[in-house]
Design a protein around this ligand. Structure first.
Ligand code: HEC
Length: 442
């Protein structure tokens, strides 16, 4: 027992002596030089990402420079001599490389999940069964997806199901999504259409029209019938459907009648109701009073028209011109005219061959003209129109009557004829004519 204890103390003494002497042998208490001084350990690596989301088959293969005999630690774990770390999922990893001198370097590596759907194209096709009738819900869609595996399916955004059959479907467009085990999806739209109940059905509308009995009256009617199907209802101009094809209280116009059968199939026809001709049996007579044309006031003819036989007030037109409310057409040259009268119902009567005559010379003018022919024309003719006056033209006598009066009646500034005034009885003819108006027609 005692010997054992002694031996224990000897052993302790030897241990501490060894520590002491080994320190002294290396230079006492001075700090040894850092073997990593000036050494840089560089860590690089090649990553291999996990092959799909959630997989743990990624790896990092590291290499280091700046020393030798490297060991490696992943995320602070134990150092290993292999430079390959496997079984990694997505994430950020820190790797420390340590050389046989204990010098270290580190680098960070990021592992990312692969997009599981990259390169995956899921095609969705279907076998469609349409509803057998409009409004029926016995259609179906049997989906087939390709391009991946482990599919589930939904319809119009509903819950995914493993069965690829959607039944009890009516008319419409359906969106089908097929989803594979990785959540990759393919989408397609499918349309189910009910059979057209009107295919092969041709509906014909016929009818009789009863026109309004008077212009503006609304007592016309259409009696329509339809053929080509059964259970017809009818509407007019887009109104409500009714079982009768008779439409009353119609005024003139065009009306479209639609006939609709029990399945909603339609046919249509347009009918036109016309007012009775308001001019049937109406004869419009044009009366006229005509004033002839004074050739020296030309044009001075005038037609004053009137209408009868229709419903006034009338409007009037000359020579098929525009109708006007005035019944007077003035400033007419001599000639032949037609005048129409139109009543409020647009019934028209026309008087053709209304002659505006040239008025004859009046007696007072004729007496003056004779006097001038006898006493003045020798010096006032086309060859020698003294003073610019040619009295062989009737209207010159009218136009210059004031000068004639001045010279031949008043001798102002001198008498005409120059040989001396005519006898008073002759001069009186000039005075009488001018006092009566001095016109060609006086
Ligand atoms: C012998 C020739 C002669 C006869 C006839 C004659 N005249 Fe003249 N007349 C003239 C001559 C020359 C002039 C131009 C000189 C003048 O104005 O006095 C003239 C000028 C006129 C003029 C234009 C001048 C003006 O004052 O406006 C009138 C009008 C006229 N005569 C009227 C008559 C009438 C009317 C008669 C017949 C009743 C007539 N003359 C007969 C020779 C004649």
């Amino acid at each position: 027992m005692k010997l054992y204890k002694f031996g224990y103390y000897i052993a302790l003494l030897l241990f501490f002596s060894t520590l002491f002497f080994s320190s002294c042998g290396k230079g006492g208490t001075t700090t040894p030089p850092d073997p990593c001084n000036g050494i840089t350990v560089l860590v690089s690596g090649i990553t291999s990402n996990p092959t799909n989301a959630g997989a743990t088959n990624g790896s990092i293969t590291v290499s280091a420079t700046g020393g030798s005999g490297f060991t490696y630690s992943l995320n602070g774990g134990g150092f290993q001599s292999s430079n390959v770390f496997t079984g990694l999922s997505a994430g950020v990893y820190s790797i420390v490389a340590k050389s046989n001198n204990g010098c270290t370097g580190s680098a960070s590596f990021t592992m990312v999940d692969q997009n599981p759907c990259a390169g995956v194209t899921i095609a969705v096709s279907a076998t469609l069964t349409n509803p057998t009738l409009p409004g029926a819900f016995d259609g179906s869609i049997i989906v087939t997806a390709s391009g991946s595996t482990g599919f589930t399916y939904n319809i119009n955004g509903g819950v995914f199901q493993s069965a690829n059959v959607f039944s009890n479907l009516g008319d419409g467009v359906y969106v089908i999504i097929a989803k594979d085990a990785n959540g990759c999806t393919g989408t397609a739209n499918f349309t189910l259409a009910a059979p057209n109940p009107c295919a092969g059905i041709s509906i014909t509308v016929n009818g009789t029209v009863n026109n309004p009995t008077a212009s503006g009256a609304n007592n016309g009617s259409i009696v329509a019938t339809a053929t080509g199907s059964t259970g017809f209802t009818f509407n007019i101009n887009g109104g409500a459907f009714q079982s009768s094809g008779t439409f009353n209280n119609l005024s003139a116009g065009t009306f479209t009648i639609v006939a609709k059968d029990v399945n909603g199939c339609t046919g249509s026809k347009a009918f036109t109701l016309t007012n009775p001709n308001p001019c049937a049996g109406v004869t419009i007579t044009v009366g006229s009073s005509i004033m002839g044309n004074d050739p020296c006031l030309s044009p001075s003819g005038m037609i004053t028209a009137s209408g009868s036989g229709g419903t006034g007030p009338y409007t009037f037109s000359l020579n098929a011109g525009a109708f006007q409310s005035s019944n007077i057409f003035s400033s007419l040259a001599s000639g032949t005219y037609s005048v129409s009268a139109r009543d409020i119902n647009n019934c028209v009567g026309t008087a053709s061959n209304l002659i505006v005559p040239t008025l004859p010379a009046g007696p007072l003018f004729t007496a003056v003209r004779t006097l001038i022919q006898n006493n003045c024309v020798s010096c006032h003719n086309p060859t020698t129109p003294n003073g610019g006056m040619n009295w062989t033209v009737d209207c010159n006598i009218v136009t210059f009557k004031d000068r004639i009066q001045a010279r031949a009646v008043n001798a102002n500034p001198s008498a005409m004829p120059p040989t001396g005034l005519l006898p008073a009885s002759e001069r009186q003819k000039i005075i009488d004519w001018i006092n009566a108006g001095g016109k060609f027609t006086n």
